[in-house]
Write a protein that binds this ligand. Structure first.
Ligand code: ATP
Ligand code: MG
Length: 266
């Protein structure tokens, strides 16, 4: 995978206006028994757009991600990725189309080094993964893995076992894994949770410096982080979209302040 073949042609992006949607949800609902974790969500994320999803505990944010990634099948509604209806597609078919995610709870291989984890992620999304003739391909993947490790500031920890990384370093590694292959849309589930202020600053820098064609949706309780890394915000409440706007609009919205900022999350 090199920069030429690995980077998909991105639609033109002018501010938050784009020629194509990365993600379109229409009337998405997810029931758990009688509970509507997602009640009726309709939202569109443009290609290359950076969106924050806010909302108190239990608002349905992670469930929404699970429906988008294919971890859960929605009870009703449709999900389109890059214009294609993927509502019933298995997760790996969505990954093939450029969707990535990080989890609220880490799923890393603790018994491997940083370098091994990233290399395996690169190999996993490489089309040549079943090839028996790997020397050349292996070299390319190795240098791509090194680039990703550097991008997330883990070069010094490259040969450290994942189990020995700090919590913040583990989150950085997860981002490197999400960047393997050719992501076009990444879903980050609370990447700043548990990070020190310094690590939060690094995370903000990393996210804002991602290549322009990579869009993301970030669930984040830390308003300071969310509003700095997003150009648009969706506020969820009780499984529905409560409000959408620019970070400034959301920050200054009286109803949002009452509902969210006032209850200890700010
Ligand atoms: N697998 C599941 N089975 C049953 N109920 C679930 C399941 N996953 C989530 N829920 C419920 O759905 C609702 C939404 O949960 P979800 O995890 O999506 O919230 P969230 O907005 O991500 O919250 P948090 O900020 O705490 O991560 C909650 O009431 C939760 O208990
Ligand atoms: Mg959650």
């Amino acid at each position: 995978m090199n920069a030429q073949t690995g980077t998909p042609a991105a639609p033109a992006r002018i501010g938050s206006v784009s020629t194509g949607a990365a993600l379109e949800l229409r009337g998405v609902q997810k029931m758990f028994g009688a509970l509507a974790a997602i009640a009726d969500v309709t939202m569109t994320v443009a290609s290359g757009e950076r969106r924050a999803v806010l909302g108190s505990n239990g608002a349905g944010k992670t469930t929404l991600f699970n429906c988008v990634t294919g971890d859960f099948l929605p009870t009703s509604g449709t999900i389109r990725l890059f214009g294609e209806d993927v509502t019933t597609f298995p997760a790996h078919e969505r990954v093939r189309r450029g969707l990535r995610r990080t989890y609220q709870i880490s799923l890393l291989f603790g018994g491997l080094t940083v370098a091994d984890n990233v290399y395996l992620a690169c190999r996993g999304v490489s089309r040549a993964r079943f090839s028996m003739l790997r020397p050349r391909q292996g070299d390319t993947l190795l240098s791509r893995a090194e680039e990703l490790i550097e991008a997330v500031n883990l070069t010094d920890a490259s040969s450290t076992m994942v189990a020995n990384l700090s919590y913040g370093q583990q989150r950085q590694l997860e981002i490197a894994l999400a960047l393997a292959g050719a992501p076009r849309l990444i879903l980050f589930d609370e990447p700043a949770a548990g990070l020190s202020p310094t690590e939060r600053g690094e995370l903000v820098r990393l996210l804002t410096n991602l290549p322009e064609h990579i869009g993301y949706v970030i669930i984040e309780h830390d308003m300071d982080v969310a509003l700095r890394v997003a150009e648009s915000v969706t506020m969820m409440h009780n499984g529905t979209v409560f409000k959408e706007g620019t970070p400034e609009e959301i920050e200054n919205d009286a109803e949002v302040q009452e509902l969210y900022l006032g209850d200890g999350h700010g």
